[in-house]
Design a protein around this ligand. Sequence first.
Ligand SMILES: *Cc1c(COP(=O)(O)O)cnc(C)c1O
Length: 421
Amino acid sequence: MTSEILKNEYGISEKLLKLSDKIEAECSARFKEVDEVAEFNQLKILRAFQRVKLSPAHFAPSYGYGYSDIGREKLEELYCAVFNCEAAIVRPAIASGTHALAIGLFGLLKQGDLLVSASGAPYDTLESAIGISGDEPGSLKELGVTYKQVDLTENGLNYEAIAELCQKERPAVVMLQKSRGYSSRNSLSVGEIEKAVKVIKRASSNTVVFIDNCYGEFVETVEPTEAGADIVVGSLIKNPGGGLAPTGGYIVGKKALIDRIANRLTSPGIGAEVGSYAASYLPFFQGLYLAPNAVGQALKGAIFAAALFENLGYKVSPGYMDRRSCIIQSVYMQNKEEVIKFCQAIQKCSPVESHVIPEPWAMPGYQDEVIMAAGTFIQGASIELSADAPIRPPYLVFLQGGLVYAQVKAAVLTAAQRLML
Ligand SMILES: *Cc1c(COP(=O)(O)O)cnc(C)c1O
């Protein structure tokens, strides 16, 4: 049945369909592992919903200052329960993951402080916020915060170098990025984060451990807050929004630190007590509830893509058998034309704007041209299936998300079919 529609409507050849069946069989043990994590996280999240006693009244919108906005308060209480931590800021008014990370860093860091990124270069968009490159007005650098970085080794975190730097310089904040982001490094497991927390705290007990958790939520059965991290930050249009949250970001962790950050979120003295949302909070609750399943579907899609392209002779990272701590999959194309074909096939298999053909363009802030496929309901939501790539060697395409495995499979097969032609 499935092969018929893939053949007749999606133009997948008999030969590729045979390979697809073989690959799915080979992936079945991996898929089972993903299902088990998703089931565990689903039950963990369901318990959290029950513990906070969610009711329909919490879905209601609010206006103006939003004093005693029970929807906002319940959503933050729920994130505390899910992330097993003391306090949470969860707001639709946070415009993106970068915004959430910037609020957190600006809330914690003062003039003269040292910020260390212990997982190598941070995500691209943070470079301007920190002031690593250029002189962006309002950056941490302009504020008088210095920055240092401990690069990753071939085996991941350089614990010795992190310990030495912490001992010597007592950084105010050490930041770790869980996901590989748009680089070729490996993602960090919560286990590795836990070890880093111990190393950092032993060397400098007052240092705040700050985790960029974007793309990492619910890929494992524990979150960084449960492994000793002080502050954990992410985007609601990625994993924890479950594809339904229309916008927003979250910052969770230790109460005293969240209070400081809340003073930056709004104003010193006001903190987290205000903030309204004139639409319903329903999709934030419902999206969090569906998030473990969405992450599971995305992971299965990524594993299938890795196995398929590896089988077709492409280099992929991570490999389909490799451990995963985030939802990003990279596939190395052979040239610019292949990158374009791949992304156009992903777009064509989307539920929204499938008729649009993405082309490489000179995106502001990027050195090389970039092509992006994102036929998503929520603009830019990368928990929905999307693919992007800078047009430069080694012609790496980043594939992530997928609310339903069936779409990822069809899209990846379509890409493979087009590349074989
Ligand atoms: C997506 C992402 C960000 C930034 O989020 P935006 O919503 O794109 O601003 C930061 N860090 C990592 C690891 C990400 O994946």
